[in-house]
Design a protein around this ligand. Structure first.
Ligand SMILES: *[C@@H]1O[C@H](CO)[C@@H](O)[C@H](O)[C@H]1NC(C)=O
Ligand SMILES: *[C@@H]1O[C@H](CO)[C@@H](O)[C@H](O)[C@H]1NC(C)=O
Length: 340
């Protein structure tokens, strides 16, 4: 076990040197300098949602934001903090424990209250953070997401828990132990974050019965109808994600989903591109184009693709190695900092 939740943050820290390094000119010539009388370029704001084990303004994220501000002077960047105003410990804990719909709702309220974001923004989610941001885009989306960018996000779930760092943190150990006592229990689905996107293709009936977060996010048609779900539970869910979202991705300008080719943390790594294991077979992968989610267009992914707005990219490294191959830099150059 090499790179894990906490170390994924360190990958961000160590990426800084290259991120603003000599190979890529870090600060673009502001074109307004050529026209002294024109107003400076206004860059579209950026919202970041961090990954498991990280915090909104950790050293790694803060450094990442600094680099983006150096490249796009004046850009407004906001990093979502769950819970808002919480201690660092509470923030890290919220990555492991909590109800994802409620955490998304917390994010909706934060983003809805920030004047600088009112005209819309680009959104960048790291790993698990990408699930929250996609949920925001599909269900809240007020203000709207323009470019949605995800790095190593398990969009079609995980078939194994993410490994704890070495040495394991207490929260990671506690969450793993709790998961062992049953991932498809109401308790786990309401309290353990990873359980809410744990999709075991050998237990799809159980998953379909108790899971609310990922099934709703992917508008998944399940082997077992959700008839057993109480009306109270369903309406509670709907009320948790109030907003202008349609449930679909159609409002996005672009959806940029990056997969780490050497990812040994997320299983399967291809979940970052909406691949899953075949029902009943944990070795056989189903590519995106063979997924009913795509062919029947459950969430508007195929529609985005047909309009040339779905971009499935690759990073060469291990999970959250944003540095190798200039992965983050390439994405930031192309999809961040557009003009307002
Ligand atoms: C979810 O998928 C069903 C078909 O499987 C479709 O009728 C429905 O409109 C979809 N919901 C959304 C929000 O797209
Ligand atoms: C899963 O698929 C592989 C490749 O087609 C096959 O060899 C294997 O027997 C399958 N396993 C099960 C449990 O069906």
């Amino acid at each position: 076990m090499r790179l894990h939740c906490i170390l994924s943050v360190l990958a961000l820290v160590s990426s800084r040197a290259v991120f603003v390094g000599a190979a890529v000119p870090p600060i673009r010539q502001d074109q307004s300098t050529q026209h002294p009388l024109s107003a400076p370029i206004q860059h579209r704001p950026l919202v970041i949602w961090h990954g498991l084990g990280d915090t909104a303004l950790s050293e790694g994220i803060a450094g990442f934001i600094e680099d983006i501000k150096a490249q796009y002077p004046g850009i407004f960047v906001y990093s979502v903090q769950i819970p808002k105003g919480g201690s660092l410990d509470a923030e890290r804990k919220a990555g492991f424990f909590g109800k994802m719909e409620e955490q998304v709702q917390d994010g909706c309220e934060q983003l809805g209250g920030i004047p600088e974001l009112a005209g819309g923004f680009d959104a960048m989610g790291f790993s698990q953070g990408g699930l929250y941001l996609r949920s925001y885009a599909q269900f809240c989306n007020d203000p709207p997401v323009r470019n949605l960018i995800t790095f190593g996000t398990p969009h079609y779930g995980i078939s194994a828990l993410l490994p704890c760092p070495t040495p394991p943190t207490l929260q990671c150990r506690l969450a793993a132990r709790a998961a062992q006592s049953g991932i498809y229990t109401q308790w786990a689905q309401n309290h353990l974050v990873q359980a809410q996107y744990f999709r075991d293709v050998e237990r799809l009936a159980e998953y379909g019965e108790v899971n609310t977060f990922l099934t709703r996010l992917n508008n998944e048609t399940l082997p077992t109808p959700k008839s057993e779900r109480s009306d109270a539970q369903s309406s509670a869910l709907v009320s948790q994600t109030k907003g202008k979202g349609t449930g679909r991705l159609e409002g996005l300008e672009n959806f940029v989903a990056m997969m780490f080719d050497a990812d040994k943390t997320v299983s399967p790594a291809q979940s970052a591109h909406f691949w899953t294991y075949t029902p009943g077979n944990k070795t056989l992968l189903l590519p995106l184009a063979s997924q009913p989610l795509y062919t029947q267009d459950w969430i508007g992914l195929r529609d985005l693709d047909e309009r040339g707005r779905l971009h499935l990219g690759h990073c060469v490294g291990e999970h959250m190695d944003l540095d190798s191959g200039g992965c983050a830099q390439g994405v930031v150059d192309k999809w961040v900092g557009g003009r307002v």
